[in-house]
Design a protein around this ligand. Structure first.
Ligand code: PMP
Ligand code: GLN
Length: 445
């Protein structure tokens, strides 16, 4: 009783203000680890919240606002009602049915016999595949070349692994109108000039987020030649691999001669089956690379949700059978998106914005330098132009997009802060709502 009274007494001493979010633990030494320094800003956290706060029409964060195809939804329901094992742990490095279906499917695509148990690691989304790759393969002081614009998490992941990020931008071709993502090119001279004895890896993303560029065979061969010449790894983020338009062809760099042994190919069921919330991803590479990534995985996440993996496995089994036919989701989704891409591009053109037409993925960027708005918000005055513009668009017009300089290094972001990114993997009604906002605004100007 005495003990209980003294406990109650102690609890009553804890004032609500101390439990509040700003309560700081007092430690005689620094609380946070070094690896958390300089990586605190996150464009998704910031802009997804802002879009939600303002109930904006959301062409910002990249996720479909429609359901995944019925066959994977059914597979998920079947998995969940499929007995006890579907609710328990499965194999750490990937549910057996999933790694077998991925191996069967991608062996045909890469043209290399993939071992289901050695060459694949199933992860919590492509994010965790990338994280495992950087943690397992990058050491203190290693240099990692990142081609810009890049999916923003590569940079903090390199830093958290102790590496140094070195950047090479894709640049809009000079002298002609930049109408397509294919007009953004990588200079072989610039890329090779960045390679030093400390360089460990080159990171590419094709189809690229945010630009939509689909690397051509010659460009991939140039990168592969440098990887072979300088003994480098290639991290190839291919989460949008099925989404290409107008005959652009996605090529896996791992399929080029000599590249299987040094490429880590990253994929995402979220993008593949329009189910970003399932967070199933994978890394595929030679077993001698994957075995190191498995160590990071087994000591951090261990495995991802069993039922979600079962459903994704079922999806790949179906797609294996239907590959190349009109019934394949990998044909149907790009066909739907082709229409949405056109719809968004026409909408932007109608209000005087010139889109850079993406050859792949589900994002479109546009130059906003011709748009005159009064960005008089003092609270954002130290931020880059595109960040201020997007905040204004959300808060004043109710339309969410993403600032493109978030996909560039601090060194180059100023050069590219005149672009914003629109996501078009959205219901036509959402795209119509965005068009209404843009039209009303342009009529007022
Ligand atoms: N890479 C790229 C290029 C992306 O756009 C994303 C966002 N989906 C990811 C990786 C992360 O994918 P996931 O949602 O599967 O973690
Ligand atoms: N990949 C998605 C995008 O580019 C979402 C990323 C995220 O929310 N972290 O919009």
């Amino acid at each position: 009783m005495v003990i209980i009274r003294s406990l109650v007494g102690n609890f009553s001493l804890i004032r609500p203000s101390l439990l509040g979010r700003n309560h700081c633990t007092v430690m005689s030494r620094r609380l946070h680890a070094n690896r958390t320094v300089g990586v605190d800003k996150n464009v998704w956290v910031e802009f997804t919240q802002l879009a939600a706060d303002y109930k904006a029409v959301n062409l910002g964060q990249g996720f479909p606002d429609f359901s995944p195809p019925q066959f994977v939804q059914d597979a998920f329901c079947k998995a969940v009602s499929g007995g006890p094992s579907m609710h328990q742990y499965t194999r750490a490095f990937g549910h057996p049915r999933l790694v077998k279906s991925l191996a069967k499917f991608f062996s045909r695509v890469v043209g290399h016999e993939i071992d289901a148990f050695e060459d694949i690691l199933v992860t919590v989304g492509a994010y965790q595949a990338l994280f495992c790759a950087f943690q397992a393969l990058i050491d203190d002081g290693d240099e990692v070349i990142i081609v810009e614009p890049f999916f923003d998490c590569y940079q903090p992941m390199v830093l958290m692994a102790g590496g140094n990020a070195v950047y090479v931008p894709l640049r809009p071709k000079e002298g002609s109108a930049v109408l397509s993502s294919g007009d953004w090119v990588l200079s072989a001279e610039e890329l090779s000039s960045k390679i030093t004895p400390r360089t460990k890896a080159i990171v590419i993303n094709t189809p690229n987020n945010p630009l939509g560029k689909v690397y051509q065979m010659e460009e991939l061969q140039m990168i592969a030649d440098l990887c072979l010449k300088h003994d480098l790894l290639c991290f190839s983020d291919e989460v949008y691999e099925w989404l290409t338009y107008d005959g652009a062809k996605h090529v896996k760099i791992a399929s080029l001669p000599g590249m299987w042994e040094r490429t880590i190919t990253v994929g995402s069921a979220g993008k593949t089956f329009s189910a970003t919330g399932w967070k199933v991803g994978w890394a595929i590479s030679s077993g001698h690379i994957i075995k190191h990534m498995k160590i990071v995985h087994q000591n951090s996440v261990y495995h991802c949700a069993t039922a979600a993996q079962e459903a994704v496995a079922s999806g790949f089994e179906r797609e294996y059978e239907l590959f190349g036919t009109p019934e394949s989701y990998f044909q149907q989704l790009p066909a739907v998106l082709h229409h949405k891409r056109q719809k968004l591009a026409s909408c932007l053109q109608r209000v005087g914005l010139q889109p850079v037409m993406p050859e792949g993925g589900y994002f479109m960027i546009t130059d906003i330098s011709s748009v005159k708005v009064d960005l008089n918000d003092e609270s954002t005055k130290d931020e880059s132009y595109d960040f201020r513009f997007v905040k204004w668009l959300i808060t004043e017009k109710g339309l969410a997009t993403i600032p493109v300089s978030a996909f560039f290094s601090p060194e180059h972001s100023k050069e590219f802060d005149k672009y914003i990114r629109f996501c078009f993997v959205k219901e036509d009604s959402t795209l119509d709502a965005a068009e209404d906002i843009l039209k009303k605004w342009s009529q007022k100007k």
